[in-house]
Structures are given as C-alpha cells and as structure tokens.
Design a protein around this ligand. Sequence first.
Ligand code: NDP
Ligand code: 2IT
Length: 449
Amino acid sequence: MSFRTEYMKDLMSRVEKNHPAQPEFHQAVKEVLLCMEPVAEKKPEYVSSGIFERIVEPERAIMFRVSWVDDNGNVQVNRGFRVQFNSAIGPYKGGLRFHPSVNLGVIKFLGFEQIFKNSLTGLPMGGGKGGSDFDPKGKSDGEVMRFCQSFMTELAKHIGQNTDVPAGDIGVGAREIGFMYGQYKRLQNEFTGVLTGKGLTYGGSLVRTQATGYGCCYFTEEMLATRSDSFAGKDVVISGSGNVAIYAAEKAYELGAKVVAMSDSNGYIYDPNGIDLDAVKQLKEVERKRIKEYVASHPGSTYEDGCHNIWNVKCEIALPCATQNELNGAAAEVLVKNGVLAVAEGANMPCTPEAVDVFLENKVLFGPGKAANAGGVATSGLEMSQNSMRYNWSFEEVDSKLKDIMKNIHTNARAAATEYGDADNYVLGANIAGFLKVADAMYMQGVAY
Ligand code: NDP
Ligand code: 2IT
C-alpha cells in the first residue's frame, strides 16, 4: 500500500527522518497514516490543528540505566525505557517488555499502537509502553528480583495511579510485577493501583491473566459470526506459548475448537490429536522449560526447530500470539492456500504489511492487534477501577465485562470500516475508530502557545 496524498506522504517522510533506524516504529505509523487519508479529507480541522503531526510524536520518552548485581557478584548494566506517548484521554497505560531485542524504536512502536488500542476499549486510558533489554531467561529468581527492584527505583519517579500505569508484556508476568510493585511501595510508602496484572492477594483482578487470550477469541468469534460461522469444530494454530497464547488456546477449546500447533522462540509442536494444554501450562508457566519437551510425553506429536514453519500447518483459524513480524507474506499465502478463514493478532503487529495485504485481498477475516488483543489492557482498566473503589468483582463479572468490551470493539471497528467504505476491513475500522476519540480530545484540549 502507498500514500495517495502528498500531506500524509510528507508526514511519513518526516517521521522516518526524525526517528532514524526505528523500522518497527515506522511500520506502525505507516499503517495508521495510510488509514488516515480519508479521515484527513473528511475532517480538515484535524489537519489545521496539527493533530496528525502531534499524534506521531511521543509526549515524553524516558531512558535510564539499570544496574544490578548477578549471582556471581558481577555488576550488570541494562537499559530501561518508558515512552509516555499520549495522555489525551487518560493516564498513560501500557505494558513493560523485558527481552534482549528491546530498544527505543520497539518501545515507540508498541506505545504508538497502545494509544489506539486503549481508545478502542472505551475506557479512559492514554497510551504508553516501556521495558528493558534485560533477558529473564536463565536468570535465577534472585537475579530477576534485583533487576526489577533496580528498574523500579528509577521508573517510580515517572509513574503513578493518575499519571502512568504500567503492566506486563513479553518477559513480564506475575513474578516480575510482584517484585516491581514491592519496590514501588517501599519507595513511595503508598498502596495504590500503580501497576496492573498484580497478584490476587494484593489488588490484582480476576481474569487479567486470561484476558488477552480470551479477548482475542471473543473478537474472533464476533468476526466469524458475521459469516454465520464459529470456532466450533475448527483446527486452530497458535504461535507462542506465553501468557497470550496459552489463554487463547484455553478459550479456543472452550468454544469447541481443536488447537493443533503451538511454539516458543526455538520451534513449534504439532499434535494432530489436539495439544494437551495442561502439559503446555506445566512446561511453560511452572517449569519455565522449552516447548520441545512436550513431544517426549505425547506420542503422535512432533517438534520442529524454528518457529516460521508453524504457518504451514493446515488450519481454519490462525492466532499469532508471540511477537512482531512473525508471520510474513509467504506464510500468509500458505495459510490462504490451506483454507484459513480467520486470523486474529493476539500479539502486537505479528503480521507484516505484506501478510495483512494477502489476508485482505483474499477476504480472510483479519483482526488487527489493536482490536483483537485489546482485552488485556481492557481488563487492566477494570483492575484500575476496582483498585480505585477498593473492591473486587467476581470472575464472572469481569469476564462478562470483557466479553461486552470485545463485542463493542468489534461493532465500533466494523461501523467505522463500513462508514469509510470497506466493511470487512477491520484494520481500517480499528485505526479510525481508535483515532477519532483521541483526536477529538486533543482538538478540544488545544495547543500550548
Ligand atoms: P510471554 O513472555 O508470556 O510469551 C511470549 C511468547 O512468545 C513465548 O512463547 C516466547 O517464546 C515467544 N516469543 C517471544 N519473543 C519471540 C521472538 N522474538 N521470536 C519467537 N518467539 C518469541 O508474552 P505475552 O504472551 O504476554 O506476549 C505475547 C505477545 O502478545 C506480544 O506481542 C505482546 O506484546 C502481546 N500482548 C500481550 C498482552 C498481555 O497482556 N500480556 C496484551 C496484548 C498484547 P520463549 O518462551 O521461547 O521466549
Ligand atoms: O500490549 C498490551 O496491550 C499489553 N501488554 C497490556 C498492557 C496493559 O496495560 O495491560
């Protein structure tokens, strides 16, 4: 896809020039700006008030040194980031990623996506993201704790329940959130909802663990319903075996489907009998082992090194739930050839632009991450509400709110896509529906002279 208007083309060139060597950020901005061309034509006041120029620039980006001492007494140094991208509709909100591939450009892409995703949830949350190039893999609990404490010692100066509320992402789960929350409390002497994804004993919300994966399936079920179809009886391929992948698999089974393949960063397993999810949970959540160990105890299943070929496994529903750009144009062609009906992004930007084009051209139902994986942050928003009320809702109450939110996101994205002339294009619909609320708030709040 390329730009039709000089205005957006120029803006994109400026983003590339001002944020050099950040390809993931450029990719995320380009996708949104491409969808914004008809919006700019319909709403010239957004052009004259510089909304598009402002929305692609983070309000604030914080970078810091994180030093800590490993189990051998050696000093280690990592880099910490928090990008506070947009606070037009609420406090900055978004996860923290700990992975060696993290850099400023990756955090900016994630923070940018988060603006529109959070807006789509209908809850009052701005967009932000953070993290570190720290690799939790192979570290002891003590090392992870000392890293998290050092990370929070700096981060605490910049966050707060009404300012910026981080949560988990790749490499940051209940263990890391607990260590960071403990350190925040020690530093500030305050028990507040400054992080989400907390443990249930200290302010966490029921369903937050399951929310992204469940939400992704609720969204997919809504898309399928527009073609009088459902998960029932379908084969599903899910990449990843982390928080999002595991609970997407759990809900896919509950909705009557069979999950036949899952992966980690080393390779993928295929089990034609349906993957035994309890075994995957035990391996990945409890023992923190590699997924290839699954095949030893599951006759009939196979393991292949490398994650890419997972998309060669025949399925009707594909849910990429690992990381960005994990599914390219060639993989999308294979999925289409094998009869895929629906693809929903549990991860952030897992499909390359070429892959997205293949799905749209072939009328595959395609749920972009901003819409399809918004259930996680939506439930974080519900955790914030419960923290403010000092009250807890039941599992059923939170799950039913999550379901309603995913349904509304689907309805609103579809309505925006229809208004702009392409009803089945959820990329267009999600970007426009997410953008309009934020743009309107920015417009009404004026510019600082
Ligand atoms: P986890 O750390 O729990 O799991 C990540 C999974 O993806 C693991 O199986 C991991 O394999 C695999 N993975 C990570 N990096 C790579 C890579 N570079 N190449 C191949 N595989 C990789 O993270 P989450 O499940 O929380 O996050 C997964 C995706 O979902 C991310 O894109 C995240 O941004 C997105 N997301 C997460 C939300 C949440 O609430 N947690 C909400 C919305 C989106 P291994 O075990 O080998 O590292
Ligand atoms: O990408 C995401 O939406 C998340 N990692 C969850 C963010 C949150 O604040 O719950």
